[in-house]
Design a protein around this ligand. Structure first.
Ligand SMILES: [Zn+2]
Length: 247
């Protein structure tokens, strides 16, 4: 079960740091001649955790960003006693707006409002709607197809299909892989990795953006079902001076 990999204890950031520093992957940099890049997300926060630095660099290069959000994230706290799902979704959508502002990204946002935790069950519709968003883009960013979260993988697969049909390159960003994988993990396509170096100001902006996802980085309440989805050990993976894209 892929879900078990996310629930299980993860790899400490201290294990990743020296290994990542030693990799000589090619660098990814935005092309200022691009006229539009689409970033696909399964849940509000995926795009910032996995590619917030990339988005800030694109904005800095003057490249317009189009966020295509598959769900509103109503499923992050099943059984919550603190917040009904509809209110949680509204809060998460607002958190995304605030986070993009922290990154200096004036993104156009399209919300598909597909079911959180149910994207693999509507992958055909997801692919069709991503195809419409991807048309005319110079590049697409999407969650990695092997991330071990079923929603992330579904958006990744749909984006890869949409990108292939439109002839647009798709760059995949890992999120949960930093938790369940280990350096040299054979399940991860390291041979396709590119590094995105984040200048100090971009790293600081990303840190501020991640903090905007209050419903995810803090408990909703004292009940076990309301615990923080992203505890400190997981968040540490997203406070680096680099991001990684697979292609
Ligand atoms: Zn997610």
């Amino acid at each position: 079960m892929t879900g078990d990999r996310i629930a299980a204890p993860g790899t400490a950031e201290q294990v990743w740091t020296p290994w990542l520093t030693a990799q000589d992957w090619p660098a990814w940099v935005p092309d200022p001649s691009w006229t539009r890049v689409a970033v696909c997300a399964a849940h509000p926060d995926d795009e910032v955790l996995g590619a917030g630095g990339v988005l800030a660099l694109l904005a800095g290069a003057g490249v317009p960003v189009h966020l295509v959000a598959a769900t509103d994230g109503e499923g992050s706290h099943p059984g919550s006693v603190a917040l009904p799902a509809a209110e949680l979704a509204a809060a998460r959508v607002a958190e995304t707006v605030a986070a993009l502002a922290e990154l200096g990204v004036p993104a156009r946002v399209t919300r598909l409002r597909l079911p959180d935790s149910g994207l693999a069950g509507c992958e055909g519709e997801l692919t069709e709607r991503l195809a419409a968003a991807v048309a005319g883009c110079d590049a697409v960013l999407a969650p990695w197809t092997g991330d071990a979260h079923p929603d992330h993988e579904a958006v990744g697969r749909a984006a890869v299909a949409a990108g292939a049909a439109a002839g647009v390159p798709v760059w995949q960003y890992p999120v949960w892989a930093w938790h369940w994988a280990t350096p040299e993990d054979p399940r991860v396509p390291w041979h396709t990795a590119h590094r995105v170096d984040l200048p100090p100001a971009v790293r600081a902006a990303k840190r501020a953006a991640v903090a905007r996802f209050v419903t995810q980085v803090q408990p909703l309440g004292p009940a076990p079902a309301d615990r923080a989805v992203l505890p400190a050990g997981v968040l540490a993976h997203f406070d680096r001076d680099l991001e990684v894209l697979f292609r």
